[in-house]
Design a protein around this ligand. Structure first.
Ligand SMILES: NC(=O)c1ccc[n+]([C@@H]2O[C@H](COP(=O)([O-])OP(=O)(O)OC[C@H]3O[C@@H](n4cnc5c(N)ncnc54)[C@H](OP(=O)(O)O)[C@@H]3O)[C@@H](O)[C@H]2O)c1
Length: 312
């Protein structure tokens, strides 16, 4: 990892997928990381967020925490909004009070999924559920409270840590003879370590008071390539098989076959062109990132012994 000017960075969130990757990545890069997390810092209690940010006086605030239970949010709209909108807004306002920029994360679920080409940052939003709406409200509150904001909209986050689709598929493959997975929602699986690497690249560009205006704003950040949940699940099974782990056949089903409390966008591929143009950052293809994740979860693909002298 390239050495950067060490910064004092407050990260909201400790045990989430992104928070873990970020706190690890920032520390390894030599930054001083102040972790602000529950129970002391609770986004649903804005005063705890403000007090902690003012007291720790960071140069940069990163909000890696959120209410992420997409279906449960339909039953808890007030809590989802308190955490994702009011809490995020309070973090941005406190950062502004001490002259610090904020990096905040949002979601592809701010879109309604009716597009047929990758969404860019100027496309109209139209969340289908409470979670997406609360995150969109959060974007608005963060940008209103602190002009020095970088809002990174990402998608389908996975990691060797926490709860996510990759880990769920591996667990189910060890329990069931075959699996049914939705094959009509398209997006880009994105890995927490890659998001942490993006944050590391953006920090020097926004940390200085002289940072230019165009370094701030909303940016889409997701792996290269796109897929469906079903094709993603099949790729996970191939990776599991290559590593000698349990793997099962995957049957494609439609969204209508798998009703969920919250509606999800049928298409939420994000164009990451602006991130590349402004910050010079591009994420690896999701298949390469998945392979790295499986290496960590299961182990590397074993080398095949040569079958004849010609293979050596
Ligand atoms: N997961 C996805 O597929 C996905 C997709 C698109 C965008 N995003 C966005 O990416 C970001 C990171 O998501 P993730 O996948 O890392 O989420 P995650 O694994 O579900 O972790 C959420 C984190 O938020 C913390 N948190 C929840 N409620 C809180 C509260 N009231 N006060 C303080 N902390 C609270 C949790 O803390 P505890 O450890 O105390 O529970 C946890 O550390 C979020 O902004 C999310 O909206 C995620």
């Amino acid at each position: 990892m390239t050495q950067q000017k060490p910064r004092r960075i407050a990260v909201i969130g400790r045990d989430g997928q992104l928070a873990l990757a970020l706190n690890r990545g920032l520390s390894e890069a030599g930054h001083e990381v102040i972790i602000l997390s529950r129970p002391l810092v609770d986004l649903s209690c804005p005063n705890t967020v403000r007090d902690a940010i003012i007291a720790s006086s960071p140069e940069i605030v990163v909000n890696a925490a959120a209410y992420t239970a997409v279906d449960k949010a339909e039953d808890e709209p007030d809590l989802a909004r308190a955490v994702n909108a009011d809490g995020a807004g309070a973090a941005a306002a406190a950062a502004a009070e001490i002259g610090a920029p904020i990096i905040h994360f949002s979601t592809d679920y701010v879109f309604d999924g009716s597009a047929s080409r990758p969404y860019d940052e100027n496309d109209p939003t139209g969340p289908l559920g409470v979670y997406g709406q609360s995150k969109l409200d959060g974007e608005r509150m963060v940008s209103a409270a602190n002009s020095r904001h970088v809002i990174l909209r990402t998608a389908w986050v996975c990691s060797p840590d926490g709860t996510n689709f990759v880990k769920t598929m591996l667990r189910l493959a060890a329990e069931r003879p075959r699996l049914r997975v939705v094959d009509d929602q398209r997006g880009s699986p994105t890995f927490a370590d890659d998001l942490a690497a993006v944050v590391l690249q953006i920090i020097p560009r926004i940390g200085a008071q002289s940072a230019t205006e165009h370094a701030f704003g909303i940016f889409h950040v997701a792996s290269s390539g796109e897929t469906t949940w079903c094709q993603f699940a099949r790729a996970i099974m191939v990776g599991a098989q290559q590593r000698g782990a349990p793997h099962v056949p995957i049957d494609g089903i439609t969204t209508a076959d798998y009703p969920t409390k919250a509606r999800r966008p049928a298409y939420s591929v994000l164009s990451t062109e602006k991130l590349r143009r402004v910050h010079g950052v591009r994420l690896p293809h999701w298949e390469a990132a998945l392979s790295g994740c499986l290496d960590q979860l299961i182990g590397p693909i074993p080398l095949k012994p040569p079958t004849s002298l010609n293979d050596i």
